[in-house]
Design a protein around this ligand. Structure first.
Ligand SMILES: *Cc1c(COP(=O)(O)O)cnc(C)c1O
Length: 382
């Protein structure tokens, strides 16, 4: 039997201009980690998000790493990090020899709980050690309670890093994700809402910070005719070729957000339909004033109210049909590698991980893809 074509969770979706920009890089021989596409891509990012300064880098992980370096995070420091996230949010803490302390999610956005954040800060202060930074994440495109969390960061004077890797184009009352941290991070990896195949960016309102990150990300070369170094550098800049892809992708970003949100609408209409059959499927909520790019449509299936059907039943049924879906990020405090890290919470991220599933969400899903996806669900939720 011939296997059906694969439906991916989220695959790259090129527009009309990307190849043209890449060709331009070749034609002008700007095949380097400097060049006009990089400058233009950074300008596009600034213009779109409203941030003052941005530096395009080789990945979101590199951007997070540079952010921690710029904040002077090192051995003995504590960094408070959202537990429910991709490991790349937390790994750079360990690169710097610092200790991650994980914070649970809340139910309204599934992101960092401001309550447990403040509890963790107070508890650490009592132990005599003030946390050196906070890393908050906008999961699946949903902004975290960024206003409350910035407020707490301000109150205790702890720098905030916003990991907006999944949330380009999302906002709270018009203020774009990527503008809430002292430093904020974007990713252009292959499955993000737009992609350069691999890439990232660091955003800030502080020009000096961005100049410094540009310096550190290009091997920390002092001004001198020879190679002179007074600090340790990194090779974290993006290629001018890939920045060309990024410029093309920025043109279609608004369209990609429309398409992803349309996927969400399509699923939500479907689940309203099957509610008539008694199934109760919930979505990642979008609080009033919050706007998610709906990078991924994410549902929870509680088996105790759905005839015993679990998210694994649905995932495996999709797999049978060559359709990719995925459990939510496994919380960092449950990861073997972060075995000993402290955690503040009451089990919300664990519960979400247990019953949550990311549905196929690409902006390039076709009508016939949706027929196959809904067909699988119809067989299960009959
Ligand atoms: C993708 C992602 C990153 C890492 O970005 P890369 O460009 O893949 O290094 C960091 N944090 C979150 C939440 C992500 O989804």
């Amino acid at each position: 039997m011939k296997t059906k074509p694969k439906i991916w969770l989220s695959s790259p979706h090129m527009g009309k201009m990307e190849q043209q920009f890449v060709k331009e890089a070749f034609d002008t021989n700007w095949i380097a980690p400097v060049g006009p596409h990089i400058n233009a891509f950074e300008e596009d990012i600034c213009q779109y998000t409203g941030i003052k300064y941005a530096v395009a880098l080789s990945s979101g992980t590199a951007a997070l790493h540079i952010a921690l370096i710029l904040l002077g995070i090192g051995k003995g420091d504590i960094v408070l990090c959202q537990s429910m996230t991709f490991s790349a949010s937390a790994n750079p803490i360990v690169y710097q020899g610092a200790t991650p302390v994980f914070i649970d999610s809340e139910e309204d956005t599934w992101n960092m709980s401001p309550l447990f954040l403040e509890e963790a800060i107070k508890s650490r202060l009592k132990k005599g050690k003030k946390p050196a930074a906070i890393i908050v994440v906008d999961l699946y495109g949903m902004p975290a309670k960024l206003e409350e969390i910035s407020g707490i960061a301000l109150k205790y004077n702890i720098p905030l890093i916003e990991d907006a890797a999944e949330a380009l184009g999302s906002h709270i009352n018009g203020k774009m994700c990527g503008r809430f941290g002292k430093l904020s991070v974007l990713s252009f990896n292959g499955n993000k809402i737009i992609t350069t195949s691999g890439g990232g960016a660091l955003l800030s309102e502080d020009e000096e910070i961005i100049n410094k990150s540009r310096f550190l990300a290009s091997q920390a070369r002092d001004t001198a005719p020879h190679f002179q170094h007074s600090s340790i550098g990194y090779n974290y800049r993006i290629s001018n070729v890939l920045a060309g892809i990024g410029r093309g992708q920025m043109i279609v970003l608004p369209e990609r957000i429309r398409q992803r949100r349309k996927n969400f609408e399509r699923y939500s209409t479907y689940f309203k339909e099957i509610a008539k059959r008694g199934y109760i499927i919930n979505f990642q909520p979008e609080p009033k004033g919050f706007y998610s790019n709906r990078w991924l449509t994410v549902i929870t299936i509680d088996p105790t109210v759905n005839n015993g059907i679990t998210r694994e039943d649905l995932r495996l049924a999709f797999m049978q049909e060559n359709i990719e879906s995925r459990p939510l990020w496994k919380p960092m405090h449950l990861q073997p590698v972060f075995n000993n890290a402290p955690f503040y919470g009451n089990g919300i991220s664990e519960k979400l991980f247990e019953i949550g599933l990311c549905l196929p969400s690409g902006s390039n899903l076709t009508a016939s893809d949706f027929d196959r996806i809904l067909g699988v669900m119809n067989n299960l939720f009959c």
